[in-house]
Design a protein around this ligand. Structure first.
Ligand code: GPV
Length: 825
């Protein structure tokens, strides 16, 4: 078939009647029920099965085309993929949402009800995992050959309940009733070795050969989740590995009299992929976590090599032309010595040749500067679990130290700084250093962050490897974060500027010229109001709380972390409350403060902040003197599907981290895209958002990175602010009383302590007054309805830069050097 003929042919859409009969077929034949008996869950599954037919057809064509064309592909290695729900997205991407909704309606079913049946795939903690999900969406949309590789956790991020104000963690069981999207591929099972010892042998001409005798072997079974690109052409896969017992027992160790050791090291294979570690941005340091990391990296590398060998046999010379691997933070950094082991010990390549391949294959993304998030593993732990890998790491380091010595002869301080090994009481392996050394490109995730990666995290590496360190600013997929989650606004935009913006988000610029148009402002704000009504329903259902949709919806949604400063928002709310109590006529537009946040189960202060928000909420929401000027809604179990309801309803987006701490942020982009106005610090991608929307359409406040550093250098003392600003003193002292926790004085005192005795590490008090002033400006701006509408529209119009398609384009050009591959038919 020639190209012309393909083009003129209509794309193979299925119509309403065909969709309807597919759903009924699956209701009968897949689920064994019928139209009269089926509940929403059965309707959901039947609908998924109906669309999955299209998905699998696309997957088959894509895989065949990629194979026939022997395409270079990117392999996105990530310990987390926060996918959320897939039905609505897959329907949208096939252009079948309205078809499905109409078909279901004729069957007496509301599509919105059945969408709610789908559990979120919460195989991630927050921004890093959701970024991976947005990226694979963009890769498929842009017809780029790509595979996501990760872990098939049995339990994703815990479900959060709030009991008497406090967070309770409950297990997430997303697969209890089956997952209609995933396909098990037992034929592609891999084996992974662990523990044991290394034997040194001598081969021909004295070549040293290393043989690893593992103590235990586990199986990795892949589950494939199809990833549907927009308009349904390319369907890539996300391949997630599940661990299983292999039945292997190391008789070597046993026979050598190591019976007890062999038993101890015989890991419970099934536990490896059991649960996602819920610590966002803290290095866990736990053996099982290292095993998880190695497990999925080893399976994935073997999978890649199997596929490569099918086309190229034992000729390694083209490996780096075909394969690029992106390391999503250092969680997959153990891939570097694993590939070296495979090339040197198994393929028997020379070290230099192997290293040459490695350093053309890997690229590394850094997502944080926070010291507690920079992964380091005790050398002893690596030695025990992966004895050969530790040797390889030492060898990499040995050769690297020679390079350092060439550049800075005799400079031992420099060697100490740059060494992969951190010397000390306990030798530690620095995974960030290993990643930088083993990669051909390293990127930060926003302009400012990448600048800081160069200037403060890895300045010497930047000197040693000029050009290796670069920036790729994060992005979000507009298909999920506007088209699917905000149908009202999407349709309004379609009408105004056409419907090709989901592919080309710069098109939204076209809205800017209507920003001051009264009619368009009314239409835009009407959609916002309808979205606020939907969220108000959710708040009523979830919290039994009434909120006024004419109030400002002020939204802070993100993991709970001191650096993200939810407690700054809390102190400000308390200050407003105090002002109202002191002056019942205190002039402010009513506001609903909406929060969503999970705290890591072991992060005491984060949990205390959640508790404090809820206790302050109880008090304020029920105090008639407040006269409904303030409501606080902490919505439990913040997750992707809840974000999809909160974001379209937001008027104000809270992005208030201490400058220099938030690498990028992506919620900031989602909220602004949906017409929320940001109040934020000059941190992460806020800086670039401000550049795009202009200073008049954002509320920037607080210390800059430079000012934070200066203040720290000259000695920051939070007591200065406590004693000088009576409002700060009053709200902090309030926390010590039992005003918000009747009968339990001191229940909220840990927050005050962290801000005073503990030195206020994130400079909350230093930024308090500026934040409060910025909020006063927000209040004034909102009261001018037309001015606000204009700001909201400009925010949507100027978000083109933040599509993840642009991020992927940057990766393709600066790092991956990939070409798209058209899938016909
Ligand atoms: I490292 N991030 C995250 O969600 N979890 C982590 O373990 C680490 C980083 C986040 C950063 O905090 C955000 O600023 C950033 O937008 C996101 O990663 C994606 O890059």
């Amino acid at each position: 078939m020639n190209a012309k003929a393909t083009k003129t042919q209509p794309s193979p859409v299925i119509d309403k009647a065909a969709f309807k009969s597919a759903v009924i077929k699956h209701l009968h034949c897949t689920l064994g029920t019928d139209e009269n008996k089926a509940n929403n869950h059965a309707w959901w599954k039947a609908t998924c099965a109906a669309i999955q037919e299209q998905v699998l057809e696309g997957l088959r064509k894509t895989q065949k085309t990629h194979y026939l064309n022997d395409t270079r592909a990117v392999h996105y290695f990530s310990a987390e993929f926060l996918m959320g729900r897939l039905l609505s997205n897959n329907l949208q991407n096939f252009g079948l949402f309205d078809v499905a909704s109409g078909a279901l309606k004729e069957l007496g079913v509301e599509i919105s009800d059945i969408l709610e049946e789908e559990p979120d795939m919460a195989l991630g903690n927050g921004g890093l995992g959701r970024l991976a999900a947005c990226f694979i969406d963009s890769l498929a949309t842009m017809e780029l050959p790509a595979i996501g590789y990760g872990i098939h956790y049995e339990h994703g991020l815990f479900r959060q309940e709030i009991k008497s104000g406090a967070q309770i963690e409950r297990p997430d069981s997303w697969r209890d009733y089956g997952n209609p999207w995933e396909i098990c591929r037992p034929e592609s099972t891999q084996e992974v070795s662990l523990y044991g010892y290394v034997e040194t042998k001598y081969g021909e001409n004295g070549r040293v050969l290393k043989e690893w005798h593992p103590g235990s072997i586990v199986k990795g079974v892949p589950w494939d989740i199809p990833v549907v690109g927009y308009e349904g052409k390319t369907v890539n896969v996300l391949r997630l590995w599940q661990s299983e017992a292999s039945g292997y027992f190391n008789w070597d160790v046993f026979n050598a009299g190591g019976y007890v050791d062999a038993q101890r090291e015989n890991v419970q294979a099934e536990t490896i992929s059991k649960v996602l570690y819920p610590n966002d941005e803290t290095e866990a340091g736990k053996e099982l976590r290292l095993i998880q990391q190695y497990f999925f990296c080893s399976c994935s590398l073997k999978d890649i090599i199997r596929r490569y060998k099918r086309a190229h046999g034992d000729d390694w010379s083209r490996f780096a032309d075909q394969v690029v691997i992106q390391l999503n933070d250092t969680h997959p950094a153990i891939s570097v010595p694993e590939l070296m082991r495979i090339l040197v010990d198994r393929a028997e390549l020379g070290w230099d040749e192997a290293w040459g391949i490695c350093t053309k294959v890997f690229a590394y993304t850094n997502h944080t500067l926070l010291p507690e998030a920079l992964e380091k593993w005790p050398a002893r732990m690596i030695e025990k679990i992966l004895p050969r890998h530790l040797e390889i790491i030492y060898e990499i380091n040995h050769r690297f130290m020679a390079e350092v010595d060439k550049k800075w002869p005799g400079d031992n301080a420099m060697k100490e700084k740059l060494s992969i090994i951190e010397e000390g009481n306990e030798k530690m392996v620095r995974m960030g250093h290993l990643s930088v050394i083993g990669s051909f490109a390293v990127n930060g995730v926003a302009e400012m962050h990448s600048r800081l990666v160069k200037s403060s995290l890895f300045p010497e590496f930047d000197e040693l490897y000029p050009g290796k360190l670069t920036n790729v600013t994060n992005g979000i997929t507009p298909r999920r974060w506007l088209k699917a989650c905000n149908p009202g606004l999407s349709k309004l935009i379609d009408k105004k500027i056409g419907d090709d913006w989901p592919r080309d988000l710069d098109k939204l610029q076209g809205l800017a010229k209507f920003a001051s148009n009264k009619t368009f402002q009314k239409q835009f704000m009407k959609v916002k109001l309808e979205n606020k009504e939907l969220l108000a329903d959710e708040i009523r259902k979830s919290l039994d709380l009434e909120v006024d949709v004419n109030a400002i919806f002020d939204v802070q949604i993100k993991r709970l972390h001191e650096y993200k400063r939810q407690h700054l928002a809390l102190l400000h709310i308390m200050a407003l409350y105090r002002r109202i109590l002191e002056n019942p006529d205190y002039d402010m537009h009513p506001r609903v403060f909406v929060f969503g946040a999970k705290a890591a189960p072991g992060y005491k202060l984060a949990k205390d902040i959640i508790y404090a928000i809820n206790k302050v909420a109880d008090k304020i929401n029920n105090d008639p003197r407040v006269n409904n000027k303030i409501k606080i809604a902490f919505l439990p179990n913040y997750r992707v599907s809840l974000a999809e309801k909160m974001i379209p309803a937001a008027d104000v987006s809270e992005q208030i981290s201490t400058a220099g701490k938030e690498a990028s942020g992506t919620g900031n982009m989602k909220l602004a895209l949906n017409g929320a106005v940001t109040i934020g610090t000059l941190d992460g991608a806020n800086v670039e958002i401000a550049e795009e929307v202009g200073d008049d359409n954002i509320f920037i406040f607080g210390l800059t990175v430079e000012e934070v550093n200066e203040l720290k250098a000259k000695g920051y003392n939070p007591y200065d602010y406590y004693y000088k600003d009576p409002e700060i003193k009053a709200v902090l002292d309030w926390l010590e009383t039992d005003y918000f926790t009747p009968g339990k004085p001191g229940a909220l005192v840990s927050i005050k302590q962290s801000l005073l005795d503990n030195g206020d590490p994130y400079m909350v008090l230093a930024d308090f007054r500026a934040y409060s002033d910025a909020q006063i400006a927000v209040d004034a701006a909102y009261r001018d309805k037309e001015r606000w509408a204009e700001m909201a529209i400009i925010n949507t119009a100027k978000m083109g830069k933040f599509t993840s398609d642009r991020s992927i384009r940057d990766y393709v050009e600066r790092v991956w050097k990939l070409s798209p591959c058209k899938i016909e038919g």
